[in-house]
Ligand binder design. Structure first.
Ligand SMILES: [Zn+2]
Length: 204
């Protein structure tokens, strides 16, 4: 049983067409949404967001009371750097991503230690679901909490505005596939945790 899930950082985009901004160049540093999932005997952090060690520890502490060494596992939704900026601050944890994303991160050699290809479920309670479109090897996490299906979507859903229009981000590789993935999520999720925004309910 999932005991709780908590958003550690609420993400933002470097440029947001729904705020009237051009997609030509970044207007601010990007930050991804980072989510802590807690169950019996495990604490998993999805998409560690902060490049700076002190900031990562401070965000985790203020939202959960935990220190980085209390995190058992980290899951990365896709290989884009902003979704694993904080990975190195969790040396005690196991590092997971779906096979393709793990290979892409490991190829860069930037961490001196490999990200493990994740099995289909993590800690029994958390299911990996393929959510291609933003990248082809993108995977999200699905879990049940208090009778609701929660999908930690990563960049399969950028923000609530992008979700409403089933739209990919400027750097998404396949916009049609991204839209189909969001339709599939709409059919199976009650709550979406997007890659760069606060969580929101799925309207039926
Ligand atoms: Zn991305």
């Amino acid at each position: 049983m999932i005991e709780r899930w908590d958003i550690i950082t609420i993400g933002n985009l470097s440029r947001n067409r729904y705020w009237g901004e051009s997609e030509e160049r970044p207007l601010r540093p990007t930050l991804c949404t980072s989510t802590l999932i807690t169950g019996p005997g495990f604490r998993l952090l999805a998409d560690p967001s902060c490049e700076d060690a002190e900031r990562m520890a401070a965000e985790l502490g203020r939202r959960s009371g935990l220190k980085p060494e209390s995190i058992d596992a980290v899951f990365i939704t896709h290989h884009h750097g902003d979704h694993h900026f904080g990975l190195k601050h969790f040396p005690h944890a196991r590092w997971f991503a779906a096979a393709g994303a793990a290979a892409a991160i490991n190829e860069s050699g930037q961490y001196g230690r490999p990200v493990e290809p994740a099995p289909g479920r993590l800690f029994d309670e958390i299911e990996l679901i393929p959510t291609p479109g933003h990248t082809l090897d993108h995977h999200s996490l699905r879990l049940q909490s208090e009778g609701l299906v929660v999908v930690v979507a990563g960049d399969a859903v950028m923000t609530r505005d992008f979700w409403r229009e089933r739209r990919g981000y400027f750097n998404s590789v396949d916009f049609d596939l991204a839209a189909r993935t969001m339709d599939e999520l709409a059919a199976c999720a009650d709550i979406i945790v997007p890659g760069h925004d606060n969580c929101f309910p799925v309207r039926r």
